[in-house]
Design a protein around this ligand. Structure first.
Ligand SMILES: NC(=O)c1ccc[n+]([C@@H]2O[C@H](COP(=O)([O-])OP(=O)(O)OC[C@H]3O[C@@H](n4cnc5c(N)ncnc54)[C@H](OP(=O)(O)O)[C@@H]3O)[C@@H](O)[C@H]2O)c1
Length: 286
């Protein structure tokens, strides 16, 4: 059985490839990447696949039995067609099963809605494809918060507009394990799963980071408008709006969901403190 993973040069794609190698051996895993040289280190066969190029995916998916489609990074409208290029090429090549990395979120209520809507459209396209499918809806990754730690320390606080809202975080490491099971275990087919851990507030997050990194961060909530304005200055209009929309979603509860992780992974999701410790250990941060 040959399994291909798209965006294999990225952090999530490469984590899934590494997990798959452990389960089925490197000869059965194909890494598809827009920039193949960035995936060479994985030690598996690498094929070229830019989501904008259907022809490349017609070639990349030859002889593949199952494909993992990592959701794209482009602006939402472009993503829908990019994902269709992969789905159509999978059909064309007689691929049996497609697994897609979607996202938890609300399609209407926040400034993150355009991304969520595009993910939901791809979910529909996959369900209508006639292939066997499994869809994961990912929680928010915890790693970006930890990558931001130096800024948090400099400012002495975690500041955003989530207020007392709870968020079920996950990590790429946990997702790598779950998606590997979703690819391999066919009894999971034709289902959608929320993939996340326990729900915590931003104050909880600050407290856990303090425990693991011996910092002294406080959580300070600001209004959605103030946070959006600040993020736009830092990240530009598009990204600033999206990031503020994510925290607005946490504030109104859209990320406080029950998780199906254990059903998929056959073990509990790591706790938040375990994810933070694991990040610290991997990145050698004290
Ligand atoms: N749940 C969350 O909190 C969260 C947060 C951020 C992102 N996401 C979503 O999760 C996905 C994976 O995240 P990640 O951490 O792995 O991101 P990442 O490390 O930044 O990797 C992004 C990957 O997308 C690839 N890519 C970009 N444009 C492409 C195109 N046109 N065709 C094919 N591949 C393309 C990049 O390839 P190159 O190496 O060629 O650049 C790279 O492999 C993201 O794409 C995004 O949809 C989720």
């Amino acid at each position: 059985m040959k399994i291909a993973v798209t965006s294999a040069s990225g952090q999530l794609g490469s984590t899934i490839v590494k997990n798959l190698i452990k389960e089925i051996g490197k000869e059965n895993v194909v890494a598809i990447a827009r920039t193949p040289q960035k995936a060479k280190h994985l030690g598996v066969k690498v094929r070229k696949g830019d989501y904008n190029n259907r022809e490349q995916f017609n070639e990349a998916l030859k002889g593949i039995d199952k494909v993992l489609l990592v959701s794209g990074m482009d602006e939402p409208k472009k993503r829908i067609q990019q994902h269709r290029n992969v789905i159509d090429a999978a059909k064309h090549n007689g691929v049996q099963k497609i697994v897609y990395t979607s996202i938890i979120g609300d399609e209407e209520k926040t400034a993150f809605r355009s991304i969520v809507k595009s993910n939901r459209q791809t979910e529909k396209d996959i369900q209508a494809s006639g292939l066997d499918w499994v869809i994961g809806r990912n929680g928010i990754y915890i790693e970006p918060d930890l990558e931001y730690l130096e800024t948090y320390i400099k400012e002495g606080e975690i500041r955003n507009c989530a207020a007392d809202g709870k968020c079920a975080y996950t990590s790429r490491e946990e997702l790598g394990h779950a998606y590997t099971q979703m690819l391999l275990k066919d009894h999971l087919n034709n289902n959608r799963f929320n993939l996340a851990g326990e729900s915590i507030t931003q104050s909880d997050l600050a407290e856990l980071i303090n425990k693991v990194f011996q910092t002294n961060l406080k959580y300070n909530p600001v209004s959605v408008e103030a946070y959006a304005a600040e993020r736009k200055v830092e990240l530009g209009d598009f990204m600033g709006t999206i990031i503020a929309g994510i925290y607005e979603g946490i504030k109104i509860g859209v990320n406080d969901v029950s998780s199906d992780f254990e059903k998929v992974a056959q073990r509990p999701h790591q706790s938040s403190i375990e994810m933070i410790e694991s990040y610290r250990n991997q990145h050698n941060k004290i």
